[in-house]
Design a protein. Structure first.
Length: 512
C-alpha cells in the first residue's frame, strides 16, 4: 500500500448564493483506511463529498488523487479517478434486476449479461455481500438496494468509496453486516469515507474522524484517541451533556388500552396481528422493530387513520370514563375530548403542509373548530413565534413556507405544534430521523417533559441505544406481531435485536 494519500483536499470552498457550504476545508483519506466525517445537519458534508464525486465543482481549492492534482468536473471524471459515491437517495431502476442496474450505462450499451453476472458474484464473494443478481429492485429491501449501489461502484473499479449516511436506513443487524463488508474493503486497500450522525458507529468503524462545523473544517482526530464527548464538542463548537435523562415513573396510570388489534393492507395481507398493550400516563413506551413491521399502521390505528378490528380504549384522566376510539375519525376522537397528538413519520405529507407558512401550519390542527368567517391569525402567529424561540427553529420568520426549512427545523415546528395542544397521549414516529445531535436532544427533552407532565408518550424509534436510554418500557414488533415487551432499564440491545427479527413462525410456536 502506498503512503501517498488516496485523496487530499486543500482549501476547498463552495458557496451557493449567500450560503458558504464549505469554507476552506482540508481533508485527507488514505488507502486501507476508513475516514468518518462528522458534522451537524447543514455543516457541508454532502457538498464536500459531491465535489470529490464530480457533482459540484469547487469555487476554490485543490483536489489531489494519489498525489496528483485532479480536475473532477463530472461523475464520469470521478469514475476515471476510481472514485465512487453511494448517495443518500438511491438511483436505481425499479423494474431492472440488480445485474442490469449495475452494468447500466457501461460499454456503450453492449452487454454480456452472463459475464457481468459472474463478475458481480465474484465481487460479492470477495467482500461478503449478500445479493441475488437476478432479483428486481422493486422486490428488494432498502438494505439490498444499498448493496446494489455499493457493488455497482466496485464493479466500475472504485478504489475510493464515499458513503453518505448509509446507516440511516438500516436495522442494527444490517449495519453490522455493512460494517463487516467495509472492513473487508479496507483490508483490500480501498479508501473509504463514511458520513454518519451516530457517534457509536463512528467509534466502531472508523480509523480517523474529520469534523465540520457550519461549513468550516474543525480538525481530524484518530478514533482510538478520542471519545464521543470530544467529538460532539468539536461538532457543535461548545461543551455538551450527552446523557439522555430518564426520570423514574411516578404514579403511572393506564391511559390507552389496545387489545387484539388486527389490520390488513390493501391486498388483504395482515400488517398487525393480535396486537395488545397498554400505554400509561407518565411513561414513555418505546416501539422497536425493523422498518415496516407495523409501527406506522399501529400509530395510525390509534389516531383514527386505519381501519382495524379489536379494541382501542382511552381512559379519560379526569372522569375515568372509557372511550372507544376504534372506527372513529381523528375529528370524532377530538370531539370526544381525547387530546391525542401525533407526529407521523411522514412529516411533510401527513403532519405539515410544505407550501404553507409556519403560522398557517399552526392553524391546521384546529381549523375544524373555527366558527367565524374571518380567519384569526393572531393566536397561531403567537404560537409560531413561541415555538421558533423555544425550540430554536432556524428560519427567517413565521411567514417562511415549511418546505424551505431543513429537516430538523421542520420536525421542531411539528413537535412544537403537537405539544402546544396539551395532549394526554403523545405519539411520535421516528421524530429524530435525520436530525443532528443537538436537535435530537431537544426532541428527547421535549418527550421527557411530556412524561413528567403525566402524558402517555409512545415513541417509535430506530436507534436501540436511544430507545434503551429514553424509554421506560419497549414493545418490540416483528412482522406485525408483538414479539415482546421489555423493561428498558434492564433489557439488553441484543435481546431487542433478536425480538425484532423473530419470525412469525417462532412467535406462533412460543405463544402456543
Ligand atoms: N444545491 C444547493 N443550493 C443551495 N444551497 C445548498 C445546496 N446544497 C447545499 N446547500 C446548502 O449548503 C449547506 C450545507 O449543506 P450540506 O452539504 O447538504 O450539509 P450536510 O450534508 O452536512 O447536512 C446547507 O446550508 C445547505 O442548505
Ligand atoms: Mg448531507
Amino acid at each position: 500500500m502506498s503512503s501517498t494519500p488516496a485523496i487530499e483536499l486543500k482549501g476547498i470552498t463552495k458557496t451557493f448564493g449567500s450560503v458558504i457550504a464549505n469554507d476552506n476545508v482540508d481533508l485527507t483519506v488514505n488507502h486501507g483506511e476508513i475516514l468518518a466525517i462528522l458534522g451537524e445537519n447543514g455543516s457541508g458534508k454532502t457538498t464536500l463529498m459531491n465535489m470529490i464525486s464530480g457533482i459540484y465543482f469547487p469555487d476554490k481549492g485543490t483536489i489531489k488523487v494519489d498525489g496528483k492534482e485532479a480536475v473532477i468536473a463530472s461523475p464520469s471524471d470521478a469514475f476515471n479517478y476510481k472514485i465512487g459515491m453511494i448517495h443518500q437517495h438511491f438511483k436505481l431502476v425499479d423494474i431492472f434486476t440488480a445485474t442490469e442496474n449495475i452494468i447500466l450505462g457501461l460499454n456503450d450499451g453492449k452487454y454480456n449479461l452472463k459475464k457481468s453476472r459472474q463478475k458481480i458474484v465474484d465481487i460479492c464473494e470477495q467482500f461478503g455481500f449478500e445479493l441475488e443478481p437476478d432479483r428486481k429492485i422493486y422486490e428488494m429491501s432498502v438494505s439490498e438496494k444499498q448493496t446494489v449501489e455499493i457493488v455497482k461502484v466496485l464493479y466500475r473499479g472504485a478504489e475510493i468509496l464515499i458513503l453518505d449516511e448509509p446507516t440511516a436506513v438500516l436495522t442494527p443487524q444490517e449495519i453490522d453486516k455493512l460494517f463487516t463488508v467495509l472492513k473487508k474493503m479496507r483490508e483490500s486497500g480501498k479508501a473509504i469515507i463514511i458520513i454518519t450522525h451516530k457517534l457509536n458507529e463512528v467509534m466502531a468503524i472508523s480509523d480517523r474522524v474529520s469534523v465540520l462545523c457550519k461549513g468550516k473544517y474543525i480538525g481530524t482526530v484518530k478514533t482510538s484517541q478520542t471519545n464521543e464527548k470530544q467529538l460532539t464538542e468539536m461538532m457543535v463548537g461548545h461543551k455538551i451533556e450527552l446523557n439522555i435523562q430518564r426520570d423514574e415513573v411516578k404514579d403511572a396510570v393506564d391511559r390507552l388500552v389496545v387489545k387484539n388489534v388486527n389490520c390488513q393492507d390493501m391486498e388483504g395481507l395482515p400488517v398487525l396481528t393480535d396486537v395488545s398493550f397498554t400505554a400509561r400516563a407518565g411513561e414513555i413506551l418505546g416501539i422497536a422493530g425493523i422498518a415496516g413491521s407495523g409501527q406506522k399502521e399501529l400509530l395510525e390505528a390509534i389516531a383514527g387513520l386505519q381501519r382495524v378490528t379489536g379494541e382501542i380504549t382511552y381512559i379519560d384522566p379526569e372522569s375515568g370514563k372509557l372511550e372507544n376510539l376504534r372506527d372513529k375519525t381523528p375529528t370524532q376522537i377530538q370531539d370526544l375530548g381525547v387530546r391525542l397528538s401525533f407526529v407521523p413519520e411522514d412529516r411533510l405529507g401527513m403532519g405539515l403542509v410544505g407550501n404553507m407558512n409556519i403560522t398557517d401550519n399552526m392553524m391546521l390542527r384546529s381549523y375544524n373548530k373555527g366558527h367565524s368567517i374571518a380567519v384569526d391569525r393572531k393566536a397561531p402567529k403567537n404560537l409560531a413565534e413561541e415555538i421558533i424561540e423555544k425550540l430554536e427553529v432556524v428560519t427567517p420568520g413565521t411567514n417562511t413556507p415549511v418546505r424551505r426549512l431543513s429537516g430538523g427545523n421542520v420536525q421542531k415546528v411539528l413537535v412544537g405544534r403537537e405539544i402546544a395542544a396539551a395532549p394526554t397521549v403523545f405519539m411520535a414516529a421516528y421524530p429524530v430521523r435525520g436530525l443532528d445531535i443537538n436537535s435530537s436532544f431537544t426532541i428527547y427533552n421535549l418527550l421527557n417533559d411530556q412524561k413528567k407532565k403525566g402524558v402517555a408518550v409512545i415513541f417509535v424509534g430506530e436507534d436501540l441505544d436511544v430507545l434503551l436510554a429514553l424509554c421506560d418500557r419497549i414493545l418490540v414488533l416483528s412482522s406485525g406481531k408483538v414479539s415482546g415487551i421489555v423493561d428498558a432499564r434492564t433489557a439488553k440491545k441484543e435481546e431487542i435485536g433478536l425480538l425484532m427479527t423473530k419470525s412469525s413462525h417462532q412467535t406462533d410456536k412460543e405463544e402456543a
